[in-house]
Design a protein around this ligand. Structure first.
Ligand SMILES: NC(=O)c1ccc[n+]([C@@H]2O[C@H](COP(=O)([O-])OP(=O)(O)OC[C@H]3O[C@@H](n4cnc5c(N)ncnc54)[C@H](OP(=O)(O)O)[C@@H]3O)[C@@H](O)[C@H]2O)c1
Length: 124
């Protein structure tokens, strides 16, 4: 397998494990997250497992950042075969204690963060 794969939330947790698993299948993996340190460590994981890594800093709540990352992945790795959305954020609190801005942020990261211009439902 030599697929081009994009993983969001790739700097830690499940996303990093997913990226490493694709690396072990010799995939070319674009890793998206905000934290540089975690991204570099995840890129090392992918390379050590046998894949090719392209770490890209991006906040998935920013449509333009996600779309630019997708373009860069295609330019440097080739057409995207697989896109895995793992980036998320959440708020644990009683409903009435959560602020409107907190609801908005969770929505923008965890739901709208899946959008790029390449996905027709996003309408760009
Ligand atoms: N862990 C579990 O037991 C479990 C169980 C069921 C479902 N899930 C689901 O699996 C997913 C991942 O869980 P996890 O435990 O792996 O979480 P995690 O360890 O907290 O990792 C979250 C990842 O998302 C990235 N991220 C967060 N906000 C971001 C943003 N705005 N833009 C880009 N990247 C962002 C983080 O990197 P940066 O901070 O560097 O950006 C990190 O790489 C979630 O959807 C969760 O609901 C998890």
């Amino acid at each position: 397998m030599n697929q081009v794969v994009v993983v969001t939330g790739a700097s830690g947790g499940i996303g990093r494990a997913v990226a490493r698993a694709f690396g072990a299948r010799h995939a070319r993996v674009a890793l998206l997250a905000r934290g540089e340190e975690g991204l570099e460590a995840a890129a090392e994981d992918v390379t050590r497992a046998g894949g090719t890594a392209l770490p890209i800093r991006a906040d998935v709540a920013g449509f333009d950042q996600v779309d630019a990352a997708a373009s860069r992945a295609e330019q440097e790795l080739g057409p995207i075969d697989v896109w895995v959305n793992v980036a998320f954020t959440s708020v644990f609190a009683p409903f009435e204690e959560i602020e409107p801005d907190e609801f908005r942020r969770v929505t923008e990261v965890s739901y709208l963060g899946t959008c790029t211009a390449r996905w027709p439902p996003c309408g760009a």
